[in-house]
Design a protein around this ligand. Structure first.
Ligand code: DC
Length: 224
């Protein structure tokens, strides 16, 4: 039997930061599913295909083999055996990921990979549809959110730190567009699973959020 913690929520809520801390402390494998959608988005951009062109994206999907591995405990994403982990953390790749993730065929391919990974090990998995679709029987489901202002501010600081010039207005605009697309697509839209616990991180630090989740997980497994 394996344990799994599903963490879903909108962009910039702190999912990956929190999922990494929780997985390290519990010695679980961290699976960042957004990175897989980003790799597919990157593939389409490289092929010169608009990520919202369903016909072309689906036609090229077979050629894009996505897999993951670990280096010093950190998840690496491979696109046709090339490590693209350093190339997918751009606003362009995020936007392309959000666009390709609308298509059912793309989702089927990646959900299958994600479910296979969680079968063998204890995992903390973050994304948009983990609690609702990928791991409906997860041991604990968290819906992580924060106010749009707070999420935009975090994203803005991250980008500035990486030397990627942008403005708060631009970050906020892209964030709201991405939220809208992720929440309103027909195929597994972002929404809180009925049995997920809502955690608003607007006024919480990383330590507080991660400890809250670990405590809930321990309470749940102690009762089982
Ligand atoms: O979490 P992220 O910013 O790396 O995700 C990029 C995009 O990928 C996100 O806007 C929507 C899509 N995505 C998804 O549809 N389902 C997931 N489980 C993870 C990400």
């Amino acid at each position: 039997m394996t344990y799994s913690i599903a963490i879903d929520g909108p962009a910039g809520a702190g999912k990956s930061t929190i999922a990494k801390v929780v997985s390290q402390e519990l010695k679980f494998v961290y699976i960042d599913t957004g990175a897989m959608y980003r790799a597919i988005g990157l593939y389409m951009l490289r092929c010169g295909v608009a990520p919202d062109d369903e016909e072309k994206v689906c036609a090229l999907l077979e050629e894009a083999d996505v897999s993951i591995g670990y280096l010093d405990g950190r998840q690496q994403v491979f696109l046709n055996d090339e490590n693209v982990s350093g190339l997918i953390r751009t606003p362009q790749a995020g936007d392309a990921a959000s666009k390709v993730s609308v298509f059912g065929r793309v989702r089927e391919k990646l959900v299958e990979l994600q479910q296979r990974l969680a079968e063998k090990e204890n995992v903390v998995m973050d994304g948009r549809d983990i609690g609702t679709v990928v791991l409906p029987n997860a041991t604990l489901k968290i819906f992580l959110t924060a106010s749009p202002e707070c999420r935009a501010q975090r994203r803005y600081l991250e980008l500035v730190e990486k030397g990627q010039g942008t403005s708060m207005e631009q970050v906020m605009k892209e964030l709201l567009e991405r939220d809208y697309r992720d929440m309103n697509r027909a195929s597994s839209p972002l929404r809180q699973a009925e049995d997920a616990v809502l955690v608003d991180t607007s006024d919480m630090n990383i330590y507080e959020v991660s400890q809250t989740i670990i405590r809930m997980f321990r309470e749940r497994t102690a009762q089982a």
